[in-house]
Design a protein around this ligand. Structure first.
Ligand SMILES: NC(=O)c1ccc[n+]([C@@H]2O[C@H](COP(=O)([O-])OP(=O)(O)OC[C@H]3O[C@@H](n4cnc5c(N)ncnc54)[C@H](OP(=O)(O)O)[C@@H]3O)[C@@H](O)[C@H]2O)c1
Length: 266
């Protein structure tokens, strides 16, 4: 009998790490994926000792085309059934579109897009056989905001993720499988430093900066319920409600104040 696991990409820090803590606290066994092996080892040991669950890890770079197959092979060889797949790993590119090399755009789209498709495709097959499974996609409020003058492809790829998640629900809900797109707003993690946009984050009003554990709590509950979409925190529920309602020509009136840096850099 296969051992049931939750697989989380980008579990070495930020939102992914908080999601790992919450699932471990609920007694789930985990497979953690990210590049930093030492960090993964430390997190695995601390979660195992704190919660008494089985935590395995794999150091892998999602920029590489072969990585999704390697992750699937790793789980298969250990006889893990991934009943919950969390596609969370991500970052943003800081420079203007014309200054970003095409190679960097390709790697970015591989981590945030193609690897998400590949992992979902690979693990879905076992979920279909088992007639149950859950996929969590960490998207972003950027999926709903107007295009910005930096991180040009970030909003579009997150919009794609939301649409992809909707498609999975349409096709696989009848097999007992659900997909939840989680759309956080500004969250205090390593993301802005790693993506070279910490200066922009520092200028964001403090009521808009949220703790990663709050995002993770809402994300896990929504995924376990099988919700289609989750916008964590009341602040961003209101913002996304307004973004869906208001005509787009109104956005420039408040976007420079609420999302400084995203609309003024050339
Ligand atoms: N922070 C925000 O304001 C915010 C808002 C909305 C959505 N999000 C989304 O939330 C998700 C998690 O980001 P975060 O805020 O938690 O940032 P973070 O603290 O920087 O975490 C990013 C995670 O992704 C992993 N990762 C990055 N590149 C990778 C690669 N090539 N291969 C494998 N793993 C990789 C990192 O691990 P290693 O470095 O060890 O590989 C790390 O564990 C992302 O999808 C991001 O788009 C963030």
């Amino acid at each position: 009998m296969k051992k049931e696991h939750v697989l989380i990409t980008g579990a070495s820090s930020g939102i992914g790490l908080e999601i790992a803590k919450i699932f471990a606290g609920k007694g789930f066994s985990l497979v953690l994926v990210a590049r930093r092996e030492r960090k993964l080892k430390k997190v695995s040991q601390s979660l195992t000792s704190e919660y008494g669950v089985n935590v395995d890890y794999l150091s892998a770079d999602l920029e590489m085309p072969s990585t999704p197959n390697e992750i699937y092979g790793f789980c298969h060889s250990k006889e893990y059934f991934v009943s919950i797949l969390v596609n969370n790993a991500g970052y943003a590119l800081p420079d203007a579109f014309h200054n970003t090399p095409m190679e960097a755009e390709e790697k970015f789209l591989r981590v945030l897009g193609i690897s998400v498709i590949a992992l979902s495709k690979l693990f879905l097959k076992d979920m279909i056989k088992a007639k149950r499974g859950k996929i969590m996609m960490i998207s972003s409020v950027a999926a709903f905001t107007p295009p910005s003058s930096i991180q040009t492809l970030y909003g579009p790829i997150k919009t794609f993720i939301n649409r992809f998640s909707e498609g999975l629900n349409l096709s696989y809900n009848s097999y007992g499988i659900t997909s939840t797109s989680v759309c956080p707003g500004y969250t205090i993690t390593n993301f802005h430093t790693a993506s070279g946009v910490q200066a922009e984050m520092d200028r964001v009003p403090s009521f808009m900066k949220k703790e990663a554990y709050r995002i993770a709590e809402e994300a896990v509950e929504a995924t376990l319920r099988g919700d289609k979409e989750c916008v964590p925190t009341k602040t961003y529920k209101v913002i996304v409600f307004l973004l869906k309602l208001l005509p787009h020509w109104l956005f420039p009136l408040f976007s420079k104040r609420l999302a400084p840096g995203r609309y003024d850099k050339k």
